[in-house]
Design a binder for this molecule. Structure first.
Ligand SMILES: [Zn+2]
Length: 262
Protein backbone atom coordinates (compact mmCIF):
# COMPACT_ATOMS: atom_id res chain seq x y z
CA UNK A 1 0.00 0.00 0.00
CA UNK A 2 2.70 2.39 1.01
CA UNK A 3 4.48 1.60 -2.25
CA UNK A 4 1.57 2.59 -4.45
CA UNK A 5 1.24 5.88 -2.56
CA UNK A 6 4.77 6.88 -3.57
CA UNK A 7 4.02 6.22 -7.22
CA UNK A 8 2.32 9.57 -7.62
CA UNK A 9 5.74 11.13 -8.37
CA UNK A 10 7.88 13.42 -6.25
CA UNK A 11 5.67 16.04 -4.53
CA UNK A 12 6.07 19.47 -6.09
CA UNK A 13 7.04 21.01 -2.75
CA UNK A 14 10.06 18.71 -2.51
CA UNK A 15 11.17 19.74 -6.01
CA UNK A 16 10.77 23.39 -5.01
CA UNK A 17 12.65 22.80 -1.78
CA UNK A 18 15.50 21.08 -3.61
CA UNK A 19 15.58 23.93 -6.13
CA UNK A 20 15.83 26.59 -3.44
CA UNK A 21 18.57 24.70 -1.60
CA UNK A 22 20.53 23.97 -4.78
CA UNK A 23 20.27 27.59 -5.92
CA UNK A 24 21.58 28.81 -2.54
CA UNK A 25 24.46 26.35 -2.64
CA UNK A 26 25.30 27.27 -6.23
CA UNK A 27 25.27 31.00 -5.47
CA UNK A 28 27.52 30.47 -2.45
CA UNK A 29 30.07 28.15 -4.08
CA UNK A 30 30.26 30.03 -7.37
CA UNK A 31 31.15 33.28 -5.58
CA UNK A 32 34.62 32.18 -4.58
CA UNK A 33 37.75 34.30 -4.61
CA UNK A 34 41.19 34.46 -3.06
CA UNK A 35 41.70 37.34 -0.64
CA UNK A 36 44.68 39.21 -2.10
CA UNK A 37 45.92 40.38 1.32
CA UNK A 38 45.55 37.18 3.34
CA UNK A 39 45.93 34.68 0.48
CA UNK A 40 42.95 32.75 1.81
CA UNK A 41 40.19 31.47 -0.49
CA UNK A 42 36.75 32.66 0.62
CA UNK A 43 33.11 32.86 -0.45
CA UNK A 44 32.01 36.48 -0.85
CA UNK A 45 28.95 37.96 -2.55
CA UNK A 46 29.66 41.66 -1.84
CA UNK A 47 32.25 43.90 -3.49
CA UNK A 48 34.44 46.35 -1.56
CA UNK A 49 32.19 49.35 -2.32
CA UNK A 50 29.17 47.49 -0.94
CA UNK A 51 31.13 46.55 2.19
CA UNK A 52 32.09 50.20 2.75
CA UNK A 53 28.48 51.34 2.18
CA UNK A 54 27.07 48.77 4.64
CA UNK A 55 29.63 49.76 7.26
CA UNK A 56 29.01 53.50 6.90
CA UNK A 57 25.25 53.00 6.97
CA UNK A 58 25.28 50.84 10.11
CA UNK A 59 27.91 52.86 12.01
CA UNK A 60 25.52 55.42 13.64
CA UNK A 61 23.18 52.63 14.75
CA UNK A 62 26.05 50.63 16.26
CA UNK A 63 27.28 53.73 18.09
CA UNK A 64 23.82 54.40 19.45
CA UNK A 65 23.62 50.89 20.91
CA UNK A 66 26.65 51.78 23.05
CA UNK A 67 25.47 55.18 24.27
CA UNK A 68 26.92 57.09 21.31
CA UNK A 69 30.47 58.34 20.91
CA UNK A 70 32.64 59.20 23.91
CA UNK A 71 32.42 63.00 24.35
CA UNK A 72 36.13 63.83 24.28
CA UNK A 73 37.45 64.97 20.92
CA UNK A 74 41.11 64.78 21.99
CA UNK A 75 40.72 61.14 23.01
CA UNK A 76 38.82 60.33 19.80
CA UNK A 77 41.65 61.87 17.75
CA UNK A 78 44.27 59.93 19.71
CA UNK A 79 42.51 56.65 18.96
CA UNK A 80 42.11 57.54 15.29
CA UNK A 81 45.82 58.44 15.16
CA UNK A 82 46.87 55.05 16.54
CA UNK A 83 44.51 53.30 14.12
CA UNK A 84 45.82 55.25 11.12
CA UNK A 85 49.42 54.51 12.14
CA UNK A 86 48.60 50.78 12.01
CA UNK A 87 46.86 51.14 8.63
CA UNK A 88 49.60 53.27 7.06
CA UNK A 89 52.44 50.95 8.03
CA UNK A 90 50.79 47.67 6.99
CA UNK A 91 49.09 45.95 4.03
CA UNK A 92 45.81 47.54 5.22
CA UNK A 93 47.03 50.67 3.39
CA UNK A 94 46.74 48.83 0.05
CA UNK A 95 43.12 47.77 0.55
CA UNK A 96 40.25 49.88 -0.88
CA UNK A 97 38.70 50.30 2.57
CA UNK A 98 38.13 53.54 4.40
CA UNK A 99 39.28 53.21 8.01
CA UNK A 100 37.80 55.24 10.86
CA UNK A 101 38.28 54.57 14.56
CA UNK A 102 35.66 55.47 17.15
CA UNK A 103 35.54 55.40 20.96
CA UNK A 104 32.09 54.48 22.30
CA UNK A 105 30.70 55.98 25.49
CA UNK A 106 29.54 52.65 27.03
CA UNK A 107 31.57 52.29 30.28
CA UNK A 108 30.24 48.82 31.21
CA UNK A 109 30.58 46.69 28.10
CA UNK A 110 34.03 45.30 27.34
CA UNK A 111 33.98 45.18 23.56
CA UNK A 112 35.57 46.14 20.27
CA UNK A 113 34.32 45.42 16.77
CA UNK A 114 34.72 46.28 13.11
CA UNK A 115 32.01 46.82 10.53
CA UNK A 116 32.72 45.75 6.94
CA UNK A 117 34.64 48.36 4.96
CA UNK A 118 36.69 49.85 7.82
CA UNK A 119 34.54 51.37 10.60
CA UNK A 120 36.22 50.27 13.87
CA UNK A 121 34.84 50.73 17.40
CA UNK A 122 36.09 50.24 20.95
CA UNK A 123 34.02 50.79 24.10
CA UNK A 124 35.21 53.00 26.94
CA UNK A 125 34.55 49.94 29.14
CA UNK A 126 37.41 48.16 27.37
CA UNK A 127 39.68 51.19 26.91
CA UNK A 128 39.74 52.02 30.65
CA UNK A 129 41.05 48.54 31.46
CA UNK A 130 44.04 48.81 29.11
CA UNK A 131 47.50 49.49 30.55
CA UNK A 132 49.31 51.11 27.60
CA UNK A 133 49.12 52.30 24.00
CA UNK A 134 50.53 49.04 22.66
CA UNK A 135 47.54 47.15 24.06
CA UNK A 136 45.13 49.62 22.46
CA UNK A 137 47.02 49.24 19.18
CA UNK A 138 46.73 45.47 19.61
CA UNK A 139 42.94 45.66 19.78
CA UNK A 140 42.68 48.09 16.86
CA UNK A 141 45.08 45.93 14.82
CA UNK A 142 42.93 42.87 15.49
CA UNK A 143 39.85 44.78 14.29
CA UNK A 144 41.63 46.11 11.17
CA UNK A 145 42.48 42.48 10.42
CA UNK A 146 38.76 41.59 10.45
CA UNK A 147 38.26 44.25 7.75
CA UNK A 148 41.26 43.17 5.65
CA UNK A 149 40.22 39.51 6.06
CA UNK A 150 36.70 40.51 4.86
CA UNK A 151 35.23 38.43 7.68
CA UNK A 152 31.89 40.30 7.84
CA UNK A 153 31.35 39.93 4.10
CA UNK A 154 32.13 36.25 4.45
CA UNK A 155 29.64 35.92 7.30
CA UNK A 156 26.97 37.72 5.25
CA UNK A 157 27.49 35.24 2.38
CA UNK A 158 27.18 32.37 4.86
CA UNK A 159 24.02 33.83 6.37
CA UNK A 160 22.49 34.05 2.88
CA UNK A 161 23.35 30.40 2.32
CA UNK A 162 21.92 29.39 5.70
CA UNK A 163 18.75 31.36 5.04
CA UNK A 164 18.39 29.68 1.63
CA UNK A 165 18.69 26.22 3.19
CA UNK A 166 16.22 27.11 5.96
CA UNK A 167 13.76 28.42 3.36
CA UNK A 168 14.18 25.21 1.37
CA UNK A 169 13.52 23.06 4.44
CA UNK A 170 10.47 25.19 5.34
CA UNK A 171 8.98 24.74 1.86
CA UNK A 172 9.75 21.02 1.83
CA UNK A 173 8.25 20.37 5.28
CA UNK A 174 5.11 22.52 5.00
CA UNK A 175 6.71 24.98 7.36
CA UNK A 176 7.28 22.36 10.04
CA UNK A 177 8.96 24.27 12.87
CA UNK A 178 11.01 21.30 14.08
CA UNK A 179 12.83 20.75 10.81
CA UNK A 180 13.42 24.48 10.29
CA UNK A 181 14.82 24.81 13.80
CA UNK A 182 17.18 21.93 13.21
CA UNK A 183 18.35 23.49 9.96
CA UNK A 184 18.85 26.88 11.62
CA UNK A 185 20.77 25.29 14.47
CA UNK A 186 23.11 23.47 12.09
CA UNK A 187 23.54 26.73 10.20
CA UNK A 188 24.50 28.59 13.37
CA UNK A 189 27.02 25.94 14.31
CA UNK A 190 28.67 26.18 10.90
CA UNK A 191 28.84 29.97 11.16
CA UNK A 192 30.21 29.80 14.69
CA UNK A 193 33.06 27.50 13.68
CA UNK A 194 34.10 29.73 10.81
CA UNK A 195 33.88 32.76 13.01
CA UNK A 196 36.40 31.25 15.44
CA UNK A 197 38.82 30.70 12.58
CA UNK A 198 38.30 34.34 11.65
CA UNK A 199 39.25 35.37 15.17
CA UNK A 200 42.48 33.39 15.08
CA UNK A 201 43.33 34.83 11.65
CA UNK A 202 42.74 38.34 13.03
CA UNK A 203 44.96 37.66 16.04
CA UNK A 204 47.76 36.50 13.76
CA UNK A 205 47.40 39.36 11.27
CA UNK A 206 46.96 41.82 14.15
CA UNK A 207 50.36 40.76 15.55
CA UNK A 208 51.91 41.45 12.14
CA UNK A 209 50.32 44.92 11.99
CA UNK A 210 51.69 45.71 15.48
CA UNK A 211 55.21 44.72 14.48
CA UNK A 212 54.96 46.64 11.17
CA UNK A 213 53.89 49.79 13.03
CA UNK A 214 56.61 49.47 15.68
CA UNK A 215 54.41 48.42 18.61
CA UNK A 216 55.28 45.68 21.08
CA UNK A 217 53.27 42.59 20.01
CA UNK A 218 53.87 40.91 23.39
CA UNK A 219 51.31 43.33 24.84
CA UNK A 220 48.57 41.28 23.12
CA UNK A 221 49.16 38.65 25.80
CA UNK A 222 48.27 41.28 28.41
CA UNK A 223 45.11 42.08 26.42
CA UNK A 224 44.08 38.42 26.64
CA UNK A 225 44.58 38.52 30.40
CA UNK A 226 42.39 41.63 30.63
CA UNK A 227 39.66 39.97 28.55
CA UNK A 228 39.77 36.91 30.77
CA UNK A 229 39.45 39.00 33.92
CA UNK A 230 36.58 40.97 32.38
CA UNK A 231 34.71 37.73 31.84
CA UNK A 232 34.79 37.05 35.58
CA UNK A 233 33.42 40.48 36.45
CA UNK A 234 29.94 41.94 36.20
CA UNK A 235 30.28 43.38 32.72
CA UNK A 236 28.91 41.39 29.81
CA UNK A 237 31.91 40.02 27.93
CA UNK A 238 30.61 40.50 24.41
CA UNK A 239 34.12 40.59 23.00
CA UNK A 240 34.57 37.07 24.32
CA UNK A 241 31.22 35.63 23.30
CA UNK A 242 32.26 35.53 19.66
CA UNK A 243 35.95 35.08 20.36
CA UNK A 244 37.79 31.88 21.26
CA UNK A 245 39.04 31.28 24.80
CA UNK A 246 41.87 33.75 25.59
CA UNK A 247 44.05 30.83 26.78
CA UNK A 248 44.00 29.23 23.34
CA UNK A 249 44.55 32.59 21.69
CA UNK A 250 47.70 33.29 23.74
CA UNK A 251 49.41 30.21 22.29
CA UNK A 252 48.58 31.28 18.73
CA UNK A 253 49.65 34.87 19.42
CA UNK A 254 53.03 33.65 20.70
CA UNK A 255 53.46 31.59 17.52
CA UNK A 256 52.66 34.64 15.38
CA UNK A 257 55.17 36.80 17.30
CA UNK A 258 57.86 34.17 16.64
CA UNK A 259 56.93 34.08 12.98
CA UNK A 260 56.78 37.81 12.23
CA UNK A 261 59.32 39.34 14.58
CA UNK A 262 62.44 40.52 12.78
ZN1 LIG B 1 37.72 39.61 16.67
Amino acid sequence: MAYSKKRGGIPIKLILAAGIILFSLFKYWSNSETNEWTGRKQHITLDADQEIAIGLRSAPQMAQQHGGLYPDQALQSKIDQIGQRLVNSSIARETPYRYDFHLLRDPNTVNAFALPGGQVFITYGLLKRLENEDQLAGILGHEIAHVVGRHSAERIAKQDLTQGIVNGVLVGSDGGAGAAQTAAMIGNLINMKYSREDELESDKLGVKFLIDAGYRPEEMIGVMKILKEAAGGQSVPEFQSTHPDPENRVEKIKEAIQKYKK
